[in-house]
Design a protein around this ligand. Structure first.
Ligand code: ATP
Ligand code: MG
Length: 887
């Protein structure tokens, strides 16, 4: 039986033998595309080639791609664990042809691989072809059907509708019909019992008759008005689910029974002491509802462990925004299942990391390299969510107590939604806990709230793009490494509407403008000619090109322009970027080789650098880093830049590549003395231009990740002036004393001893007052009533009240009206028998009486206080309390 690793290799080998370039997986986390957070299909990394903005050579490629389907168009999250063939993270095997072979080649190769190489039984394979769409005037894909007919009998070819068999990149852009290969993996017994043919079960959500490979034939381009035109280059894009293929090859009926997941599931069984039932075991031995819950939970945890670990290795940590939030949600889903069904009240997932790394670390070295970080981040997230979970359960218990007291049995949906929103309790968990306690949940209301939130999110995110207006064809040339001004023409432009804001995006044929990427902000500036000047307010990067953002179009878009970058801002950004490289280098020298960049932000006025390190960077270390960087600045090291270096050669140069970054075949290497990195950013021509470097803050952003913020050059100068001005002002307070530190220390010492002395006097005064007040106490029907209005601060008043209680332990009602700085305060203190025998409540009384001092407060039954605004009302308030006591 082939192992998963052997199957992965055989795929690559097969397509290599068909002249495909075998390329590495792109990162699962996408950093520079505003439209997509995670790779959800193999084709994502080829988008620019398909759109025609990147060189298509080599025209045949194949790979295995890490994919994540938990957000946006493809979201399988809710299925995962409940079924046995959808994962959050999975590998997609793919092969591509960019203007090379088309339908026939793709179909022949897929068939040859599955049947001749892997020896899958053709009787179990079914294929689908697009049935056509009369309203769009697209005929049935007879072409594909004809090529399939070379390999399979007619009754294994099935027509499919637009939903299943017509693929579109987005609302606009490349699209075309597709053909899916489905497998019937039922056991002979199942086939016999069902009485249905595999053909009847294709696309019917039968867990044993599933799609494994999708061959997409891109031949159209959809325009914004919905119409289709022919694509200039036909593209083949295929995707096969690796875990599903392994399952077929290993004769299993669940992806989780293969060697991709079994080692993790074994570890889960060991830790929890519970058993997992494989498909075979379940068949022999039907399982209970409880056991099924355990099975589902184990699958959820095994699956989510992979998604979360791979994403952390790719540099995306759990957080409360965007991609980070998606990862946090996946992790929390696993924690909930482990908590509810596997009895794991402490962090569980992080204990499985060693098994995952042992199994997949060879194929994906990023896992091995970052095992420590992955474990630490997961554990911290688990711990913090388990605390939240407990709080949420507390809140739910309170709510149920209240319902019980009111004689109700239904939790309202608004409350259930709040649990979902703040504590991450999905409806099923709330329902489960409620059901266990004999309550139901108003699901309808919950859904209404959910819908409302979705709408809010949609309105906030709505972006509308018009079609590109093409003025010229071709690829954009970026000239920004060498120039800040350049002659140019507009090649295409389009209008974008975002939250009622309108702007235009321009693509120039030649541009010196750097588009935001790798943490460095985009350039701004102008394009101008004799007739007009247009401000460029920002530059973004899209599909490998700089896209310039303008508020208004030029009157004549086809004219020639001069593109001019704002060089003050550009130079400041460049200096900060270079300083970031020096900082990275110095941190590795001083803290150690485990330091790895985890994020970076570079703008004209600041730089921010996130890196892996497991404790606080000490003040001394910060100084050392600053000294090292400033030393390198004074050496005025010249930039040593290598463009278009083949990837492997760049590595030989010693350049630092980041895990989780996407690099082309050719890369740029930037070296300043000993610092050497892969980098596409804009840099200072020499380190001296940075001027000076100063770290402003060091903090923690997540478990195992530290953040340094720093400033350079002119910003540092301003900082120095501010500090100087502040010091001058402080000196002036102390008559410009020479020994400023000594003088301040003396003041503090004096202040401390005076404070002590005052506290001593106060304590004596309170003591005396207590004695006098108790002596003067009135007796009303056997109750000792102590009351007074006197000047005193709130702390002393509290002290006084407790002293009086200590002196009179029975039948005491003490009411104090005190004031300090014209602020009144009312305090009520009683002995315990006044509460138990007289049924009095100081909290209620103080609230009522405080109205007379225009204030409010509360407290315990025997002691309560209230502050107010009207000191003149104190004496009336004191009388009111005595009246309320009805002695
Ligand atoms: P399905 O209908 O089974 O959800 P799909 O139509 O979403 O599949 P495609 O988008 O065509 O699938 O993706 C190509 C291949 O990737 C599929 O044929 C399948 O083998 C695999 N695949 C898709 N989604 C998942 C998933 N969530 N987990 C594992 N494999 C998947
Ligand atoms: Mg799907």
């Amino acid at each position: 039986m082939m192992t998963a690793n052997e199957i992965r290799d055989s795929y690559k080998k097969f397509f290599e033998s068909k002249q495909h370039a075998i390329v590495p997986s792109a990162p699962m986390v996408i950093k520079d595309d505003p439209t997509l957070m995670f790779t959800n299909a193999g084709m994502n990394q080829w988008k620019d080639i398909i759109l025609g903005t990147r060189d298509p050579e080599p025209r045949r490629r194949a790979d295995t791609q890490k994919c994540l389907r938990v957000s946006g168009k493809h979201n399988d999250l809710e299925e995962v664990g409940h079924d046995t063939y959808h994962h959050t993270m999975f590998e997609m095997l793919g092969n591509w042809s960019f203007g090379d072979y088309f339908k026939e080649g793709a179909i022949d190769m897929a068939w040859e691989y599955l049947v001749d190489v892997l020896k899958l039984n053709p009787k179990d394979l079914y294929v689908t072809v697009f049935e056509g769409s009369p309203e769009e005037n697209i005929p049935r894909d007879d072409e594909a059907a004809k090529y399939w007919a070379k390999h399979v009998p007619e009754d294994h070819i099935i027509n499919g509708n637009k939903h299943d068999n017509f693929w579109e990149m987005g609302d606009t852009g490349p699209c075309g019909p597709c053909s899916e290969i489905h497998v019937d993996s039922r056991t002979p017994e199942q086939k016999a019992a069902s009485g249905k043919s595999g053909r009847e079960l294709v696309n019917q959500d039968d867990p044993q008759v599933i799609e494994i490979w999708n061959l997409v034939f891109m031949q159209f381009n959809r325009k914004a008005d919905g119409s289709l035109e022919k694509l200039s280059m036909n593209v083949i894009d295929t995707g096969m689910g690796f875990e599903r293929l392994v399952r077929m090859m290993q004769g299993k009926h669940s992806n989780y029974d293969t060697d991709v997941f079994q080692p993790i599931i074994k570890a889960e069984q060991q830790i929890t002491g519970l058993k997992y039932y494989t498909f075979e075991e379940e068949t022999v031995n039907p399982i209970s509802k409880e056991q099924d819950d355990i099975n589902v939970a184990m699958r959820v945890c095994a699956d989510h462990l992979r998604a979360v670990s791979f994403s952390i290795a790719d540099g995306q940590l759990p957080s409360n925004a965007k991609a980070g939030y998606v990862i946090r949600r996946i992790l929390r889903r696993a924690v909930r299942y482990a908590y509810t069904f596997l009895g794991q009240k402490d962090g569980f997932l992080h204990k499985l990391v060693p098994t995952l790394v042992a199994e997949m670390g060879d194929a994906f070295p990023e896992l091995k390299a970052q095992q420590q970080l992955i474990t630490k981040v997961i554990k911290e997230e688990e711990d913090s969510f388990l605390r939240t979970l407990e709080k949420g359960i507390g809140m739910l218990n309170d709510a149920m107590d209240k319902l019980k007291a009111e004689g109700k049995t239904e939790l309202d949906g608004v409350q259930a939604f709040r649990l979902f929103d703040t504590y991450g309790f999905p409806l099923d968990l709330t329902e489960l806990i409620c059901r266990e306690n004999g309550f139901t949940v108003n699901e309808e209301q919950f859904n209404v709230e959910m819908q409302k939130q979705k709408e809010r999110a949609r309105n906030a995110a709505a972006v509308e793009n018009s079609d590109w207006v093409e003025l010229a064809q071709g690829e954009q040339q970026f000239v920004g490494y060498d120039y800040t001004e350049y002659e140019c023409h507009i090649m295409r432009y389009r209008k974008v509407t975002q939250k009622k804001n309108e702007f235009y995006e321009l693509v120039l044929d030649y541009t010196p403008f750097y588009g935001e990427m790798g943490g460095q902000v985009g350039d701004c500036g102008v394009i101008c000619n004799e007739a007009e000047t247009i401000d460029i307010i920002d530059t973004k990067r899209e599909n490998g090109q700089s896209v310039h953002i303008v508020k208004a179009l030029p009157k004549d878009p086809s004219a020639q322009f001069m593109a001019c970058v704002d060089t003050d801002k550009r130079n400041a950004s460049a200096a900060n970027h270079t300083a970031t490289h020096l900082l990275d280098y110095a941190l590795k020298q001083i803290l150690g080789d485990h330091v790895e960049q985890k994020g970076s932000f570079v703008s004209p006025d600041t730089l921010r650098f996130d890196f892996s390190h497991f404790e606080k960077v000490t003040d001394e270390q910060i100084r050392e880093v600053e000294r090292m960087v400033n030393d390198m600045i004074r050496q005025d090291i010249h930039i040593d830049e290598h463009r278009d270096v083949p990837f492997d050669e760049a590595k030989k140069l010693g350049a630092i590549a980041l895990f989780g970054e996407k690099y082309g075949d050719k890369v740029r290497v930037v070296r300043f003395g000993p610092s050497c990195e892969f980098c596409g950013g804009i840099h200072a021509s020499s380190t001296g231009r940075i001027g000076f470097f100063k770290i402003i803050s060091e903090s923690s952003v997540a478990a195992g990740i530290r953040r340094i913020e720093a400033k350079t050059g002119k910003e540092c100068e301003e900082l120095l002036y501010q500090t100087e001005d502040m010091l001058k002002a402080v000196k002036a307070f102390f008559n410009n004393a020479k020994d400023l530190q000594g003088v301040i220390k003396k003041y503090i010492d004096e202040h401390d001893s005076m404070k002590k002395e005052i506290e001593g006097f106060q304590a004596q005064a309170v003591e005396r007052a207590a004695k006098q007040l108790v002596e003067k106490a009135r007796d009303i029907n056997g109750v000792k009533v102590v009351s007074a209005v006197l000047p005193m601060n709130p702390a002393a008043a509290k002290d006084l009240a407790f002293k009086i209680r200590a002196a009179v332990d029975k039948s005491l009602l003490c009411v104090l009206g005190t004031h300090a700085d014209n602020k009144p305060q009312l305090s009520i203190m009683m002995s315990d028998d006044m509460v138990s025998d007289h049924g009095l409540n100081a909290g209620q009384m103080v609230r009522e009486a405080a109205k007379l001092i225009q204030g409010g407060g509360g407290g315990q039954p025997h002691f309560a206080q209230a502050g107010g605004k009207n000191a003149d009302g104190l004496s009336a308030a004191v009388d009111k309390v005595i009246e309320l006591a009805k002695l």
